[in-house]
Design a protein around this ligand. Structure first.
Ligand code: NAD
Length: 494
């Protein structure tokens, strides 16, 4: 495995510390406390964010309530133009944002740049929809006019994870704003900087104050306060199942709707008639990209027995090309987000060995650590000889760990793919397109790829079956989640 850095980035200095952002400006935390922000590539603290408490959240939400009125006072086309300007400015500042995101998360600079541009694309896409949300006329009675209009909720609360923070901020905020809501974002305490800078950029782009707000802090403090606040009328959450469950309990207590996106253990099914080289290339991407910290990562590699050996050879060759290094040097993969996450992945590597699976690649720390011992680096790791009942095949590891499981028949492959508590994404590799469609129909997953494996496009609805959650992000489907339907019935006298 090559671990040398590939390119040098232009530095951009993060602020020494970040307050919250609401009422159109930076705000000091009420209790004056900050959380240090670590660079996962070096282990150094390079910035800090405000440690928000219920009082900070209350102030931000109160401001968002005023912001909601300001936002709705604009014509839909004016809201769309402002969102388009956010997209234009963000794309123009992509280098600055990418550098910040790379330091904050450890991800390779080019991946961070793509994430920033994806965020810009969310704003661009939903900017175009802002003045095209049509109502409906219901032909029910000759003496009545009945029509339905979609209306915003008011203030929506968004709890974000740390694996793709800036793009996930856009994924939640852009459709919510498009539907006419104002938003309060609570980014993960491990990687909040891009979301904070986005809030300031929105003001520069002409968005009225109070429309897009950010409160930072720990989940059990700022996160719960956001879900519990009486003026927050809808929540979206992305993260772990355990936390998602708590958020749903909070939402249920208040009888407010929630979208939850909770990760997965997605199958990547390779049949003997597949293009094995291409499948191996995309398999590498499926479980190694972003150091495996992707909710839709294809981590269960179900491979038809007849081609297991040639597929493995292709995949091992692919893994041999992976470079590991500091995010800002733009390797194939950077470190994982934190020491805790690294320990969790290392523990799963041990569990896999104890369960009887065999390591076919990786499993340890890279021999060459790019910046001393401080970064949270781990090699891309592949287990073979596994079964679908092992913990490494059932539990979300959230690291660059793939597990190869053989199968004999199509029916067995589908049964094994569906034998999981999760159902976020799935991939099928075959040259028999009829079989591809047949299997897509049989898989319990919110997004299925045939002869590919990448959740491309802000236009394609994305979300889970089973414990991977419910509600849909991306595309027009998400607009429905951020608006509520009002039916008006008029008696006109006939
Ligand atoms: P988490 O679910 O605990 O945190 C995600 C977000 O929820 C953060 O913003 C956090 O501050 C907030 N939060 C935490 N507790 C909360 C609470 N009680 N109420 C409201 N908000 C709360 O995730 P984590 O601890 O950062 O990571 C743990 C595991 O979660 C990972 O190993 C991975 O398996 C999974 N994960 C999944 C995704 C995904 O995209 N689906 C993203 C990140 C993490």
């Amino acid at each position: 495995m090559d671990t040398q850095p590939r390119a040098a980035a232009q530095p951009y200095q993060a602020r020494g510390s970040y307050g919250h952002f609401y009422a159109g400006q930076w705000q000091d935390p009420v209790q004056g406390e900050y959380i240090p922000i670590e660079d996962p590539s070096t282990g150094e603290w390079f910035s800090a964010c405000a440690r928000g408490q219920a009082e900070d959240v209350a102030r931000a939400v109160a401001d968002a309530q005023s912001g909601f009125k300001r936002w709705m006072a604009l014509e839909p086309r004016q809201r769309g133009r402002i969102m388009a300007e956010v997209a234009r400015r963000l794309a123009g500042e992509a280098e600055k944002f990418a550098y910040l995101e790379s330091r904050d998360t450890g991800k390779p600079l080019s991946v961070a740049r793509d994430d920033v541009l994806t965020c810009a694309r969310y704003f661009e896409y939903f900017a175009g929809v802002a003045d095209k949300q049509l109502g409906e006329v219901i032909p029910a009675s000759n003496s009545h006019l009945m029509y339905g209009v979609r209306e915003p909720y008011g203030v929506t609360g968004h709890i974000l994870p740390w694996n793709a923070p800036i793009s996930q901020a856009g994924r939640g905020a852009a459709p919510a704003l498009c539907a006419g809501n104002s938003v309060v974002l609570k980014p993960a305490e491990l990687a909040p900087l891009g979301t904070l800078e986005l809030a300031e950029l929105c003001i520069q782009a002409g968005m009225p104050e109070g429309v897009l707000n950010v409160v930072t802090g720990y989940g059990h403090e700022a996160g719960t306060a956001l879900v519990d606040h009486p003026l927050v009328r809808r929540v979206s959450f992305t993260g772990s199942v355990a936390t998602g469950r708590k958020v749903l309990h909070g939402a249920a207590d208040r009888i407010i709707p929630a979208t939850v996106e909770l990760g997965g253990k997605s199958p990547f099914i390779v049949f003997a008639d597949a293009d094995l080289e291409r499948a191996a290339r995309l398999a590498r991407k499926a479980f190694v990209f972003n150091s495996g910290q992707i909710c839709s990562a294809g981590t269960r590699l179900l491979v038809e027995k007849a081609v297991q050996q040639p597929f493995l050879e292709c995949l091992q060759a692919e893994l041999g090309q992976v470079t590991v290094g500091r995010g800002i040097d733009d390797p194939s993969i950077g470190p994982v987000i934190s020491a805790g996450q690294l320990q969790r992945i290392q523990a799963y590597v041990e569990i896999g060995k104890q369960e009887g699976a065999r390591l076919a690649a990786g499993g340890g720390r890279p021999a060459y650590l790019p910046d001393g011992q401080g970064g949270h680096f781990i090699e891309p790791t592949l287990f073979v000889g596994a079964t679908n009942q092992m913990r490494i095949a059932r539990e979300e590891i959230f690291g660059p760990v793939g597990v190869v499981i053989p199968f004999d028949t199509e029916a067995q492959a589908v049964a094994m793919a569906n034998d999981s508590e999760y159902g976020l994404a799935a991939g099928v590799w075959t040259s028999d397109i009829g079989r591809g469609h047949r299997i897509a129909g049989g898989l319990e997953a919110g997004q299925v790829y045939i002869n590919d494996y990448q959740p491309i496009g802000v236009e394609a609805p994305f979300g889970g079956y089973k414990n991977s959650g419910y509600g849909r992000e991306k595309g027009l489907a998400s607009l429905h989640d951020y608006s509520q339907l009002k039916t008006v019935i008029v008696h006109h006298g006939n």
